[in-house]
Design a protein around this ligand. Structure first.
Ligand code: SF4
Ligand code: SF4
Length: 451
């Protein structure tokens, strides 16, 4: 018998352990006696039922060769899936922004302002490139039935002065049957309601950041003259929801706003009454952008605090919690098979970012930073093959530390930009670890309390 190494045991109580398969998310509660036999590899002392169950749930294999073959086949299958992942695109119509948030890493952008050519022509160039990428993809893998998604971001894309450009992006996306989402600060959103109504079926959602109750938000998400933006943004969210627009509301959480999250939850419940058009989520900041690192909370401590706050105030359940092992944990508690990964995100798959200065990037946090540009699309389309290969090769099979790591199918090499403040240190050939052991234990035990 061969026991997989991608296995986690968590103390559940004095007599029981939780056993988790870190490849497929299978999870079982076992008593201590069984646990002792498993870790001491006394498989012949285990009941046949237990052995059968462990083999069926892929904790155990007949021998090492069977296990290695299983992993080889699994890796090949994931590689195939990730190679032909449906392309997704980001377009940046302008780097200009009407806010001056204290943590905004965009202040470090090397590129400012907007396009040097006619903005409508720039959209045409961006869509020409998208068409060519799709053509190449379809020649290789055939037509996809999946939704092709274009994300519009900036700077701030929904500036009143960008109305015509945004309208044209929607027109082009609609023509191709693609859908759009927008990352916006929501300040000028009221000027776009008519446009969104015109393209109802093309707009998927708008993501807007609200960083807490008014007194907190207005210290962080401020105009260039120092005024807060809370009231304006909340009114625009209301307007959007009344107009049947899906708003994904992001809350950047750090030490300065975590304790006030229940107050924000109360406001959201009171104002929006659990509307289907409002999907708020919490994101524990990984770095402090331009405001420095002093307020960043260790993810485990942040998770524990958020669970405690939710125990006291059930309105906190309005927030989806985007913690690191979110998909893996969700598969455990929804009892659905986990889809293991070799890559962390779209940057290592078929994601392309096209900005208004004709630069191409792979990673969101590289936008506006010449060090992370992988090419240009105008006047000539030129990709730096070394740089694009570095991104495509950011796979657990290519990084020796990840290859040996038991959390690799959950992590997929991590996000090299998580600490993007020091850009020189973003090395896409290196592992970017997160403490999955502690995070999985903390979240599973918290969730078991309510199960
Ligand atoms: S910031 Fe990290 S997760 Fe986001 S695209 Fe870049 S590498 Fe991927
Ligand atoms: S980045 Fe770290 S945690 Fe993630 S797979 Fe690689 S070694 Fe494991």
């Amino acid at each position: 018998m061969f026991l997989i190494k991608e296995i986690e045991f968590i103390d559940y109580n004095e007599n029981e352990k939780i056993m988790i398969n870190l490849i497929n998310g299978a999870t079982d509660i076992i008593d201590k006696d069984i646990y002792d036999k498993i870790i001491n590899k006394n498989f012949n002392k285990l009941d046949k039922n237990v052995i059968d169950c462990m083999m069926e749930r892929r904790y155990l294999f007949k021998n090492k060769i069977e296990y290695t073959t299983f992993l080889e086949e699994l890796n090949n299958r994931i590689e195939e899936l990730e190679k032909k992942a449906t392309p997704n695109f980001l377009v940046v119509p302008s780097y200009a922004c009407n806010l001056h948030c204290i943590y905004c890493y965009e202040q470090t952008y090397m590129i400012k302002g907007t396009t040097n050519i006619d903005p409508i022509k720039m959209v045409d160039l961006q869509f020409d490139r998208i068409d060519k990428i799709m053509e190449e993809y379809e020649n290789q893998y055939g037509k996809t039935n999946d939704d092709i998604r274009i994300t519009i971001m900036g700077g701030e894309p929904l500036l009143r002065c960008n109305l015509k450009t945004i309208d044209y992006i929607f027109e082009q996306a609609k023509k191709r049957n693609y859908t759009i989402d927008i990352v916006s600060n929501g300040v000028d959103l009221n000027y776009f309601i008519e446009l969104f109504d015109k393209y109802k079926n093309t707009l998927h959602h708008i993501q807007i950041t609200v960083d807490g109750i008014k007194k907190i938000h207005d210290k962080r998400r401020i105009f260039h003259d120092g005024r807060g933006s809370f009231d304006l943004i909340m009114n625009n969210i209301k307007l959007a929801i009344e107009n049947d627009i899906l708003i994904v509301l992001r809350v950047n959480v750090d030490d300065t706003n975590i304790k006030e999250l229940p107050d924000l939850a109360d406001i959201l419940v009171k104002e929006f009454d659990h509307s289907e058009n409002l999907k708020p989520y919490l994101y524990l900041l990984q770095d402090g952008g331009c405001s420095g690192e002093q307020n960043i909370i260790n993810e485990k401590i942040g998770i524990e605090t958020i669970f405690k706050l939710e125990e006291k105030n059930p309105n906190m359940s309005i927030f989806r919690k985007k913690f690191h092992p979110e998909n893996f944990i969700e598969s455990i508690f929804s009892d659905t098979p986990y889809q293991p990964v070799l890559r962390h995100c779209g940057a290592s798959k078929n994601q392309y970012i096209l900005d208004c200065k004709s630069n191409v990037y792979k990673c969101w946090h590289g936008i506006g930073n010449n060090n992370y540009r992988v090419g240009t699309f105008y006047p000539k389309y030129e990709l730096d093959n070394n740089k694009t290969s570095d991104w495509f090769n950011r796979s657990v099979e290519k990084i020796s530390k990840c290859k040996e790591c038991k959390y690799r199918y959950i992590c997929g090499t991590g996000c090299p930009a998580a600490k993007h403040m020091s850009d020189e240190n973003m090395n896409i050939k290196e592992a970017s670890c997160v403490d999955y052991k502690e995070l999985i234990k903390t979240i599973v035990l918290e969730k078991m309390k309510n199960n």
